[in-house]
Design a protein around this ligand. Structure first.
Ligand SMILES: [Zn+2]
Length: 66
């Protein structure tokens, strides 16, 4: 079993774009050296895309711009 990286909890926030610019840059640097986080990003990217699409769909269904 690979040791769990403490940064993996940041991955979802990173993908959702809700990190501060400083946190984003820090995580960006970390990901280059961390295969656990890269794998996490690969796994979460489709989920985040789906959630973003649902959110956009919901917004347009309600006639709300964003
Ligand atoms: Zn990591």
């Amino acid at each position: 079993m690979a040791r769990r990286c403490p940064f993996t909890t940041t991955t979802a926030s990173y993908l959702l774009g809700i990190l501060t610019p400083q946190e984003h840059a820090e995580f960006d640097r970390h990901v280059r050296m961390c295969s656990a986080c890269r794998r996490e990003i690969e796994e979460l990217t489709p989920v985040v895309r789906l959630l973003t699409a649902i959110k956009a769909d919901h917004a347009s269904a309600n006639g709300q711009p964003g």
